[in-house]
Design a protein around this ligand. Structure first.
Ligand code: NDP
Length: 481
């Protein structure tokens, strides 16, 4: 059985624990590989390698750093098919999605930050009349930690690693134990691209053990974390007494606000996608759908027809729209919410059941589920489900829908469908979300700030924001005669 190893100091190695974790293929429920189970002593080893690599890497010219990172990007593209297959097998997502989104975006992350670092600049402030000049040095932090979740495995792993490396840090990174495979494969790509050993170290294992050891390591200067809100709070508690820099990208419960004056057909098609792409397991999925009452009944019937057409099945089948959920325990959690919705008075308009896919009966498949609710405060409309489940309900006024959109603890993204520019401006300002999409969804320019408000996180990544996060700003003040 294939072994998934740590990548430390440019070499694949087993954890010093000698212990292994099973890695499941969600499409058929079978264990198909084993993950080395790292602990604090492996993180220490990774730290030693990263620390040793830091002086050289942080003084490597921007041109050279950029050249190596572009090479990593090209190698990711060259291996599009094999990496996409690995991602689909490890995560359960449709291969078509991994081919179109996950792996191309991982390559873009490296390309984007390889280029961005050559354009990154700092400020100077002349204190006119005082014979004093200030300039800002932006220096890499040292050894930093990057921890990512299972839903977009290589996509989010590289979203953190690329800016950390571009700005001259050395890295200890941990993917989710649920989806370790593509992070594992990244190690050999980095070697092939000529990334010096120790610059990127990848530690495999569980969150509470390996992840916690990275966060708790006193010499790891910053943590960039994407994952659940509770885990984020725990990380903040661990890191705060050491005054580490933290970037936390956490959960979401994103609203779609659909007004009668929108471009209806486009809205309908995109709303199906924003509800169920990646089995609804994208932090940016719009899981609360509010529709203006005058088009509510039409939307309800059209939406349900389209959702019923989605094909749930084998991630490797070209026609599959919805693959397997990531794990059995996650599927149980999502099913628990579907049951709760009914207890709370919600009406399941379609879906709700497990799907047995022929030949893959032990896989974790669920029907895309639409639940009509009456009270926006019900738990299914307030808590993050992170699966193929959306709620729908009507609204009458802009004020009412804004109030409902904002009355959750999260604030990651919001999607607005309208052709009214005044309303667009009013709501864009009032919506409590780090990203507001208007007449579009998941439209990403990597230069833009990315992150959430409220319980969806602290800090922004993306573009120069990420390079600022991974550098320390130092003011140098020179008085001259
Ligand atoms: P988790 O919070 O469970 O895990 C995220 C990562 O943190 C994993 O690598 C996990 O390891 C690790 N981890 C767990 N416990 C600790 C710990 N004590 N110390 C350090 N690391 C730890 O999230 P999920 O993987 O379940 O991902 C789903 C969540 O991620 C959802 O809430 C979703 O909304 C959010 N998310 C947010 C995004 C954003 O940009 N805001 C984007 C994508 C997802 P392991 O899995 O091995 O336990």
């Amino acid at each position: 059985m294939e072994k998934i190893l740590n990548f430390i100091d440019g070499t694949y190695c087993e954890s010093q624990s000698g212990k292994w974790l099973d890695n499941y293929n969600p499409s058929n429920g079978a264990v198909y590989s084993q993950i080395t189970r790292s602990n604090a002593s492996d993180v220490d080893r990774a730290y030693t390698a990263a620390k040793a690599a830091f002086p050289t890497w942080s003084n490597t010219t921007l041109e050279e750093r950029s050249r190596i990172m572009l090479k990593i990007s090209n190698l990711l593209e060259d291996r599009l098919l094999s990496l996409a297959e690995a991602e689909a097998k490890d995560n359960g997502k449709p291969l078509s999605l991994a081919l179109a989104v996950d792996i191309p975006r991982a390559a873009s992350n490296f390309r984007f930050f390889a280029n961005a670092i050559t354009q990154f600049s700092s400020e100077s402030h002349e204190s006119v009349g005082l014979q004093t000049m200030n300039f800002t040095l932006r220096q890499p932090l040292g050894v930093v930690g990057c921890i990512s979740p299972w839903n977009l495995p290589l996509y989010l792993f590289t979203w953190k690693i690329a800016p950390a490396l571009a700005s001259g840090n050395t890295v200890i990174a941990k993917p989710s134990e649920v989806t370790p495979m593509t992070a594992y494969l990244l190690g050999e790509i980095c070697n092939e691209a000529g990334l010096p050993k120790g610059v990127l170290n990848i530690v495999q294992g569980t969150g509470p053990e390996a992840g916690q050891a990275i966060v708790a390591h006193p010499e790891v200067k910053a943590i960039s974390f994407t994952g659940g809100t509770e885990t984020g709070a725990h990380i903040a508690r661990t890191a705060a007494p050491m005054f580490k820099k933290l970037s936390l990208e956490l959960g979401g419960k994103n609203p779609n606000l659909i007004f009668a004056d929108c471009e209806y057909d486009k809205m309908l098609a995109v709303t199906v996608r924003s509800s169920f792409a990646n089995q609804g397991q994208i932090c940016l999925c719009g899981s609360r759908i509010f529709v203006e009452r005058s088009i509510y009944d039409k939307f309800k019937s059209d939406f349900v027809v389209k959702v019923k057409q989605l094909k749930v099945g084998d991630p490797f089948e070209a026609k599959t729209n919805v693959g397997a959920l990531v794990s059995k325990s996650h599927m149980k959690k999502v099913q628990g919410y579907i049951a709760l919705a009914q207890e709370e008075g919600g009406i399941v308009l379609c879906g709700g059941d497990e799907v047995k896919v022929k030949g893959l009966e032990e896989g974790y498949y669920l029907e895309p589920t639409v639940i009509e609710i009456e009270d926006d405060q019900c738990r299914v409309n307030q808590e993050e489900i992170f699966g193929p489940v959306v709620t729908i309900m009507p609204f009458d006024t802009e004020t009412e829908v804004l109030q409902m959109a904002n009355s959750v603890k999260y604030g990651l993204s919001a999607t607005l469908w309208t052709s009214n520019i005044d309303r667009t401006m009013r709501l864009s300002k009032e919506l409590e979300a780090g990203i507001v999409w208007v007449n579009t969804w998941l439209n990403r320019d990597l230069r833009t700030p990315f992150g959430g408000m409220k319980a969806s996180g602290v800090g922004r990544e993306g573009g120069f924001e990420a390079l600022r996060f991974f550098t320390e700003a130092k003011n140098v003040c020179i008085r001259y005669e």
